[in-house]
Ligand binder design. Sequence first.
Ligand code: G3P
Length: 226
Amino acid sequence: MKFFLDTADLNEIEEAASWGALAGVTTNPSLYARIGGKLADFPGHIKRICEIVDGPVSAESVSTQRDDIVRDGRELSALAPNVVVKVPTTIEGLAATRTLADEGIRVNMTLCFSVPQALLAARAGARYISPFIGRYDDISEDGLDRVGDIVTAIGNYDFTDATANHEKVEIIAASVRSANHVTQCALMGADIATVPFGVLQKMVQHPLTDRGLERFMQDWEKVQNA
Ligand code: G3P
C-alpha cells in the first residue's frame, strides 16, 4: 500500500516528505480554501507541491461540463509532469476523463461512492479511482464496507488506464479519518490511502514503541555508567 497526503498545506507536505514514506499528494478545492489559498496563486502552489513530492500530485478541475473539465485538465497537467487531474465521477466527468486519458493525461476520478461508478471510471480510462470512506460514515453508513466492495470489484479485472502507458488502475481510499481506516483498507487490498497529516502522525504512534524506547534509553544509561 502506498500513502498519499491529503492536503494543500506546504508545511505538512514538506514534513511528511521528509519521513521517507510519502508516495504522492491529493488536493481538492476545499483543502486549498482551508489554507487560505487565492485563485491567482493556485498554479504556482500546485507547481511547488510537485517540486516537493516525488510522486503523483492530484489537482482538481473545478468545472462540471466536459469541455470545461478537459480545458482545466490540460491546464493543470501542463503545470508539472507529475500532476494528475482530479475529475468528479459524473457523466460529464467520465466523458472528460476519456478525452484527457486519450491525450496521455492521467486522471483521478473522485467523489466515487459505488461499485458501478468505479467500474465506469475504470472503463473511461482513469488512472486512479477515489472512493470516499468518511463521507459515508457521516451519513451513518459503513464507508469501509463500500470501499471494500469497490476494491473487490475492480480487482476482479485487469483494468489499465487509457493513456499510452496502460498503467494499472489503482484505488485510492480517500476521506480517511483514522489510522484504523488505513488498517482496514490495507487488509482489503486498497492500493493507496490518501490521509490527512494528523492521521499520518497517528499511524506512526504506538504506546509500546514509546515505552520500549524509554526502557532502552534507561538501560543504555546504566551501561554507560557501569
Ligand atoms: O480526498 C478526499 C478527501 O479530502 C475528503 O475528505 O474528510 O473531507 O471527507 P473529507
